[in-house]
Design a protein around this ligand. Structure first.
Ligand code: AKG
Length: 304
């Protein structure tokens, strides 16, 4: 196993305008795994921790190439600083053409080159082995940008809330496209929360018996008001008596998390104003039941 990244002092972090205000007992560092470790070891770590941070699984050059291609498609929309070159992805600090940027994102998730990136050999080999069956990549794939100064972040949630119409034997890959330091707002995970997510889901199953099957799979219905548990990450950590685990991700890394593992993101406060770019995509065995709502390309109005 790789050594844990060295803990280092961090700036104050915020998520959706709420300060994390983390004391030492509420903040920790994600533990990396070596992708070449024996499969049984990786499986048991995943079952125990609810995640695997596979450092250097992907070819870093390919990741940088994809970042370069992404930002070159975004040129001329006011998003990037005048001096931002190639894969830098430095934010302009001003207004951008939201309509064009949004359209470009919708187009980019449909690129064959993006699909090929998501299906790169190390990723599919890993999942074929993990599932002990040919893996299937859900068509609904998300690319996200974390812009510096944007207070909107991902609230605390677990993924199954959005994927209830298929198997729960599925995994999310969260892949930073470029480096994603803590300052850049990379994903953070609530330690030990896979078990808590399972409890919440079991409770939901008990309490949602009166809903129709169509209503029951929705994240918003008479029993639930949305997929997020909270925007107040500190309060959730206190309630769970747990730590949020942060990491300095590098191009080439992939985090695998279980559909019950609670995660969130923080505001990008990178001193160099680099945009956090990442993709989150879901894999399962081709033989397990698939959520039909995830068999179409992402669009902002797809209702999920
Ligand atoms: O990248 C983000 O901010 C959110 C990603 C996410 O929720 C996921 O990977 O399931």
């Amino acid at each position: 196993m790789l050594a844990q990244t060295t803990a280092r002092p961090l700036p104050p972090l915020e998520s959706n305008g709420v300060a994390l205000d983390m004391s030492a007992e509420r903040l920790g560092w994600l533990v990396p795994s070596d992708p070449s470790a024996p499969l049984e070891e990786l499986r048991s770590r995943y079952a125990r921790d609810g995640y695997l941070w596979l450092r250097g699984l992907l070819d870093a050059d390919e990741v940088w190439r994809f970042r370069r291609r992404f930002f070159s498609a975004m040129e001329g929309m006011g998003l990037l600083a005048a001096g931002s070159k190639g894969p830098d992805g430095v934010w302009s600090g001003g207004e951008h053409d939201r309509r064009r940027v949004g359209q470009q994102l919708i187009e980019t998730v449909r690129w064959a080159a993006y699909e090929a990136f998501c299906l790169s050999r190390p990723v599919t080999d890993f999942y074929d082995a993990l599932f002990d069956a040919p893996c299937y990549l859900h068509k609904r794939k998300l690319l996200r940008m974390g812009l510096p100064e944007d207070p909107h972040c991902t609230g605390a949630h677990y993924d199954l809330v959005y994927l209830r119409a298929g198997t729960d034997h599925l995994c999310t890959s969260w892949i930073p496209i470029g480096d994603a330091s803590v300052e850049m707002g990379g994903l953070l995970y609530l330690e030990g929360s896979d078990a808590f997510g399972r409890e919440l889901e079991a409770r939901y199953a008990r309490e949602s018996g009166h809903l129709t099957p169509e209503e029951r799979i929705q994240a918003v219905n008479a029993t639930m008001t949305g997929g997020w548990l909270t925007r107040d990450l500190r309060a959730l950590a206190d309630r769970m008596n747990a730590r949020w685990l942060v990491a300095d991700y590098a191009a080439g890394d992939m985090v695998v998390h279980s559909p019950f593992m609670i995660h969130a993101s923080t505001q990008n406060v990178d001193a160099h104003r680099r945009i956090r770019l990442s993709t989150d995509i879901r894999y399962q065995s081709v033989r397990d039941r698939m959520d039909p709502r995830w068999q179409r390309d992402w669009s902002p109005d797809d209702g999920l």
